[in-house]
Design a protein. Sequence first.
Lengths: 640, 217
Amino acid sequence: MNPAEVARLLGRILPTVQKPGRYTGGELNQTVKDWSAVDTRVALAFPDIYDLGMSNLGLAILYDILNHEADVLAERVYLPWNDMEAAMRRAELPLYSLESKHPVADFDILGISLPYESLYTNTLNLLDLAGIPLYQKSRTKEHPLVVAGGHAALNPEPMAAFIDAFVIGEGEEVILEIVRTYNKWKAREKPRETLLQALAQIWGVYVPSLYEAHYLEDGTLSHIEALTEKAPIPVLKRIVPKLPPPLTRFIVPFIDVTHNRVPIEIMRGCTRGCRFCQAGMITRPVRQRSVEEILNAVEKALAQTGFEEVGLLSLSSSDYEPILDLVRVINERFAGRHLNVSLPSLRIETFSAELMESLKDSSRRSGFTLAPEAATERMREIINKPVSTEQLLETAREIFSRGWHTIKLYFMIGHPSETIEDVQAIVDLCKAVLKEGRRIIGKRAQVNAGVSTFVPKPHTPFQWVPVDATDQIEAKQALLKRELRGPGLKLNWNNPEETLLEAWLSRGDRRMGKVIFRAWQLGAKFDAWQEHFRYDLWLQAFDDAGLNFYFYTQRERPIDETFPWDHIDAAVKKQFLTEDYLWSLEGRTRLDCRERCFACGILPKYADLRRKYPGETWECPEVRSPRSRSHAKTHLATPA
Amino acid sequence: MEATAYRYRLTFCKEEPLRFTGHLDIHRAWERTFRRAGLPLAYSQGFNPRPRINIGSALPLGYTSSAELLDFWLEEEVETKTIAKALIHAQAPGLHVREVLRLETKQPALQTQIQYAAYLVHLDDPPPIAEIQAAINALMDAVTLPRERRGKSYDLRPLIETLQAKQSDGTIQLEMTLRAREGATGRPGEVLRAMNIDPTFARIQRTSLIIAPHKVN
């Protein structure tokens, strides 16, 4: 189907669907290039609807990088919502790109963002709507190369059967290397296998079809075998040694989307080492942007987009060292311009309230968010987020007295060794915070508790830990629902079934692919949308695939188990994770690693890079002597 | 109380790619255009200050327009030529600036000034012209045309001011002028239905919003 036919069909379909603005493209700052004037055409897809996909910073960055190349074009693809999908299937309209309305199957490369696991069935649906064979082994030279990346790709195994190549780690540099490799291959008319092998030579690219998984009798993984010597083991995570200048040319949607703002990443990585936090482990080393660079980016982005809000993003904004300077200068420079500045992820300290107040942010209406994650000091030591209860109450007092009426407190239940007393403590803490609020501002005070259930993630010190038993979760949630009610208190929680889905998808091995495929066949999609999640379909899919989900979710793993993701090297050593896990069992905490290096493995893995980019570029200590260099090389060559 | 502000009126086009973009979204698109243009938009007072922009008449979804009206207030007086230039430079694709005028601040709200709206309807798959002409004559000769909209009955006839068909190069276009006052607004889709034409297969463009309380043609 050609773009003119796609456009003609759209003209008939769009008047019949909700929010047609999701499907038209044509927004300010989109890039439309001459299809026939470039060598490589890349479709960048987010496997959910436009409203969510347009807020994905990673894809926006790749779009910008690719479109800066004269011989490359990149266009956007999102999933249609149910009404549009039905209309497209009825009209036999294939999935198309928003910019030029070309069918996705006509592109050379399809890049898919996988920031979280509940997008897996959507990914299959996306391939299906595009008319691309779902299984990578069924694709030929005629089909686009399907590449996926994002945090979920750090355990690529559950999706191994469907993806040609995964990007492990950061995409800013590797994306062009993939395009160049693709181009060379295309010019030579070689079989697809040649391309896959060439891609596997790129640092950070994992080509799952070049490996085979072997299992032990108990169902756990024995080892991953490289089927060719061109397939490296392990595959080391790609990083950019220095953060490139931030993106400033954002596409401005006409319709309302999830985040209507300019997102500027001020820092990547986190020095804190919370043991449940996958992002904190897989985005090391910590790299900051300078205040000047951020300010210029904000200025430029506002001029190019007209957005009314800027989000200064990082995993822990308070830990951005010049945060005070940044906030002060932003206030000076943007005074009187009706600009909202949001600063998410603040630490639990009175300073956070001062900081937010100085931003004159409109968050006062939406509430001030703190994430203690656990309510007892014992529990917070186990998860390595040591904050004292007194510190939390003091911060709450400061927030209420500076004019906020609502405090949102985020917790998780199901941490390792958690008891019902630890859960009761969540109730007590919320009530204690409310009491402070009542004392300071009276009846207007409000505490909203968001209590999710902990999912142990790959590449974290808790990767050995089981998901809490479902009856336990239910008992804990019942307690919370009983106690956290009444004036001034509100509770949000997750359905335990959604927790299990996240757990088996994030900890699965290659056999999980069968379950995902079957669940999709049975009709599972939009699993991240509460109202669309169909637990029953997934149970049936496990049955049909002859697998037991308990094996993936609630089984405690022995300390020496080989994990399905062990050949993916996130650069933090398994030995370090093991030690940190054992420390957690003793309630031993680790400081902020800016205070002292705990040898997580980043430095030896990237010693050469660190030497090239010394000083402030990374928060890690310097790497100096040539001796440590040869040491580093040995490390690189040895699988973890 | 509002601070001193200078009032202007913008005439703009809403083009094909935006025909499925709703009224509120167009409003926000203009807010952002003013921000990009660096023009000192005045804001409302109060707890939640909003930029002072006021679109005269919501355009139904699916329509294009060559003459939408938008009143806005600036904190400083700026020459209309300068404003137009800055807006044209910053305008979003599908929204085109046609004209910027300076207004007396004291004028009544734009919505209350609009009397009529004129539309041009392109029919994709038209019936023969004679049939259309007959339908027009029947409509215009009727004394009342009782219709129902959202469960409320109303008379369509007094809302139709003019209605004509034009044939050129094998295509047929309808031109109509309908009342566009608050509480008395004629909708082209309803007129088409009254003529037994399915509005889904028509492309409708608003060609003007008429402010002066005079009869057209």
